[in-house]
Design a binder for this molecule. Structure first.
Ligand code: PEP
Ligand code: MN
Length: 348
């Protein structure tokens, strides 16, 4: 990691540094933060002659070689103070709750618009809505391109930033065109490195955030962090990590709840953790408990499926979605637990 003396390198300086790095088969990746820009060296960054030549440039302050499999995501990296801002909220300053339907029903868009207003009322800070769906069964409803318009309309009406899952480059391009605020990468693509790389590159130097779910194959903590490194190394540091349950190990829950990995993630990386209790437990009645446990474990946020009238939902909503009333109470309780967990004074 190369840290310049000024807040960023000039074009000429960047060229000079890049030329040196290239001589040693390394690449420079520019990462623009809020306050300063840093430059990651990708490749074998320990070549002493290269390091000395870069340190010899009078506009370079420091060169940090991070001894970690994930140089950029590591808690000691220069990105450690990076803040992700979504819809004017700094993730990590208060519970960042994303609420909304699993799946947008293109034939009944009003349900989604009404849900969106109810999410705002409930105190959610962002709105989720599935445009495209990864379905186990190939004949199940797969989503519809036209739903992106419904999602954008809901953002216009409520002012809430929007989140949707993309599974391939075709969907990514539509989501980028719509300027969604959060790109969700689901559990099935959590280790699709070429997609993760592409997302990093295509969203480099933008404000777009990426919510990366954990693979359901019980991937170790390091595997999740390393997968997120692909996005950041591509040029976008706005990555949030999302435990969402792993392969089920007992009757009753849809997946094996894994909110307890939150503190393990937070010890190793600076990235915010946003837990998904909905897919984890898979039943609306268990969601509040799992959600509050996640906040108690130190999660920075939650992504929760909620529907104005779950029985009319499609996708996971009839089983999993909590009503806006339940979400309202959940957000209040999450704030109380947040304050307790972080040792802050509970307000009124
Ligand atoms: C979803 O969020 O609706 C979803 C399909 O999530 P996951 O990738 O965690 O299954
Ligand atoms: Mn779902």
């Amino acid at each position: 990691m190369i840290i310049p003396k000024e807040s960023k390198l000039t074009k000429e300086q960047l060229k000079e540094v890049t030329d040196i790095a290239n001589e040693y088969s390394c690449k420079i990746q520019t990462i623009e933060g809020h306050h300063r820009t840093i430059y990651a060296l990708l490749g074998e960054e320990r070549e002493p002659i290269m390091i000395n030549r870069i340190l010899g440039l009078d506009y370079i302050d420091r060169f940090d070689a991070i001894d970690s499999p994930y140089k950029l995501m590591d808690i000691h990296s220069e990105l450690a103070n990076h803040k992700i801002v979504i819809g004017g909220h700094i993730v990590g300053e208060s519970p960042f709750i994303i609420g909304g339907q699993c799946t947008i029903d293109p034939d009944n868009p009003n349900y989604f618009i009404e849900t969106a207003h109810a999410m705002k009322e409930a105190g959610a800070k962002a709105l989720r809505g599935g445009v495209w769906k990864p379905r186990t069964m190939p004949y199940a409803f797969q989503g519809d391109d036209s739903s992106i318009k419904v999602l954008v309309e809901a953002r216009e009406q409520t002012g809430l930033p929007i989140d949707t899952e993309v599974m391939d480059e075709y969907q990514l391009d539509i989501a980028l065109e719509a300027e969604v605020d959060v790109l969700q990468i689901g559990t099935r693509n959590a280790l699709n490195y070429s997609l993760l790389k592409k997302i990093g590159e295509k969203t480099a130097n933008s404000n777009m955030a990426v919510l990366l779910k954990r693979t359901r194959a019980m991937g170790p903590v390091n595997e999740l962090i390393a997968a997120s490194e692909y996005i950041v190394a591509g040029g976008n540091p706005n990555v949030m990590l999302c435990p969402r349950g792993t392969i089920p190990q007992m009757e009753g829950y849809r997946n094996n709840p894994d909110e307890s990995i939150t503190p393990l993630l937070k010890e190793k990386t600076w990235a915010p953790v946003v837990v998904d209790p909905s897919h984890s437990v898979g039943r609306a009645k268990y969601v509040p408990g799992a959600a509050l446990a996640a906040i108690a474990y130190g999660a920075d946020g939650l992504i929760i499926e909620s529907h104005i009238d779950p029985k009319y939902g499609i996708g996971d909503d009839p089983k999993q979605a909590v009503t806006p009333e339940v979400l309202t109470q959940l957000i209040k309780d999450a704030t109380t637990i947040w304050n307790i967990a972080r040792g802050e004074k509970v307000m009124g």
